[in-house]
Design a protein around this ligand. Structure first.
Ligand SMILES: *Cc1c(COP(=O)(O)O)cnc(C)c1O
Length: 217
């Protein structure tokens, strides 16, 4: 087995039951993404619509494609055609744009709300105190299905630095779940990357997004 496939295989066997692995594929050649799929990867995260177009046509639709980048309004139409899940909804305007495009395409889109849990000005995402209200609005949109929350955590090399932000996002995730919103099915708590996924899993992540740890070892 190729080294990338072997790392995916090992990570899948190490993650606890109920935690799904998403491959963060940005900037990786399609052969490497294919190797990850051969190792058992079933969810692929893409940050850029154009890059995803190439990857999806090369790798195919036997896996689930998630959008995890910052989505510009002018890319929504294409994103709706390409992706199975959009993880980075952070405003009612963006949600409405996706909803409208889905109506025209005859689709329903599973979405996550991205939370700017560390309140970093450079990051996108809804602020924690806005998240529950946004969740209500997203869940009420006819063509969107709210499937959970996504967060980046702290922009830092030390893995434990993100713990309070993961804990905060988990709290919001639970709070939204308890509302039992008709348009919601809170399945994904998407948090944790190569340096922080162990901490994220301890704090309740059900989806971890790993790039470097798979492609660079
Ligand atoms: C790149 C990226 C990841 C993965 O980060 P690594 O440190 O390479 O594991 C996860 N989520 C998002 C949104 C990313 O852009």
């Amino acid at each position: 087995m190729n080294a990338i496939a072997a790392r995916v295989h090992r990570l899948l066997s190490e993650l606890p039951a109920g935690v799904a692995l998403e491959i963060a594929a940005k900037g990786r050649p399609v052969e490497q993404i294919r190797a990850a799929v051969e190792g058992g990867a079933r969810l692929i995260g893409e940050n850029y619509v154009q890059e995803a177009e190439k990857a999806i046509s090369a790798v195919g639709r036997g896996v689930e494609w998630h959008f995890i980048g910052h989505l510009q309004t002018n890319k929504v139409r294409r994103a709706v055609e390409l992706f199975d899940v959009i993880e980075t909804v952070d405003s009612v305007e963006l949600a409405a744009e996706i909803d409208g495009r889905c109506a025209r395409a005859g689709k329903t889109m599973p979405v996550l709300i991205e939370v700017n849990s560390a309140r970093e000005a450079s990051k996108s995402g809804a602020l924690p105190e806005e998240t529950v209200a946004l969740a209500r609005q997203v869940a009420a949109m006819p063509r969107l299905r709210l499937m959970g929350l996504m967060t980046m955590g702290a922009l830092s090399a030390r893995d434990d630095d993100s713990r309070p932000y993961f804990a905060l996002t988990r709290k919001l995730f639970d709070e939204i779940g308890w509302l039992n919103l008709p348009g919601a099915d809170m399945k994904y708590l998407s948090m944790g990357m190569t340096d922080s996924y162990r901490v994220a899993v301890e704090e309740g992540a059900t989806l971890v997004r790993i790039g470097r740890g798979i492609f660079e070892g």
